[in-house]
Ligand binder design. Structure first.
Ligand code: CO8
Length: 257
């Protein structure tokens, strides 16, 4: 499919995705979700890839779902538009590689929900975060009501969801919404560097960390421990990544994955 909104590039086994609709502050419309779904499907078929980085063009990361597209939807269409976005953002969690949000500016409403669907978030000092849906008489519809409380806890989530307050990058860092804050000029360089650090680790181990942490979040501690033990075991044995990583350590050499 030909992309009109996404700019994509693959460099050194990292996929870069730029949401490029700056005239509408990268607001998310159906076309965006179709393009993103198409690209995620492609990425899932590229075993050499080690990370995906998502950013926005211009002064916004994403200023939300496209209000102009949503305004005349009826109840069923509203629900369908919510499911469309939920599915896209959930698909990031199903990829084997880390998906990193590089947040350059406004991450509001659906934009913050997109960022929260990623594995972790690196922000520029210029980034601004918020769930302004209640100002529009709405609630988040791309899993924001679910992911925000899981990421930052119930109190901060309900505060942000009820007040619609926009917070800066330092506050986002303080509540654990983002993992790093850097100067705007250093944003992509930092995200790429972090992706490179992960790319040098055992790819199976990275895949399993992601799977076990994400699946474990939905489980009891006892079930999660069982899942961990099974996946831990799967990295042992002749020809396994764990065997190579441990042997390399003992032989004082770099592992060959
Ligand atoms: N949708 C559509 N267009 C948008 C959006 C948006 N979310 N945000 C900005 N734009 C457009 C503006 O309309 C404007 O267009 P134009 O130039 O044609 O008038 C252009 O982008 C530039 O925006 P501004 O002139 O407003 O730029 P400012 O720098 O003055 O303000 C703000 C920046 C503060 C970010 C402001 O644009 C703003 O408040 N935007 C809306 C933010 C918002 O409310 N986002 C939440 C949307 S709702 C949502 O995301 C729900 C998600 C779940 C959906 C579930 C599906 C059912």
């Amino acid at each position: 499919m030909e992309y009109k909104i996404l700019k994509t590039e693959i460099k050194d086994n990292i996929a870069f995705v730029t949401i490029n609709r700056p005239e509408a502050l990268n607001a998310l419309n159906t076309r965006f979700f179709n393009e993103m779904d198409d690209f995620v499907a492609k990425v899932s078929q590229m075993p050499a890839l080690r990370a995906m980085i998502i950013t926005g063009e211009g002064k916004a990361f994403v200023a939300g779902a496209d209000i102009a597209e949503m305004v005349n939807k009826n109840r069923e269409e509203g629900t369908a538009f919510s499911r469309l976005g939920q599915n896209t953002f959930s698909s990031f969690g199903k990829l084997d590689i880390p998906v990193i949000a590089a947040i350059n500016g406004f991450a509001l409403g659906g934009g913050l929900e997109l960022a929260m669907g990623c594995d972790f978030r690196i922000a520029s000092t210029k980034a601004k975060f918020g769930q302004p849906e209640v100002s529009l008489g709405l609630i988040p519809g791309y899993a924001g009501t679910q992911r925000l409380s899981r990421l930052v806890g119930m109190g901060d989530a309900l505060y942000l969801l009820m007040t619609a307050e926009m917070i800066g990058a330092e506050d986002a860092l303080r509540i654990g919404l983002v993992q790093k804050v850097v100067e705007p000029e250093a944003l992509m360089e930092t995200a790429t560097k972090v992706a490179g650090i992960i790319a040098a680790k055992g790819p199976q181990a990275i895949k399993k960390v992601k799977q076990v942490v994400r699946q474990g979040y939905e489980l009891s501690l006892i079930e999660g421990e069982k899942l961990e033990a099974e996946q831990f075991g799967s990295l042992f044995g002749e020809g396994s990544e764990g065997r190579e990583g441990m042997k390399a350590f003992l032989e004082k050499r770099k592992p060959e994955w």
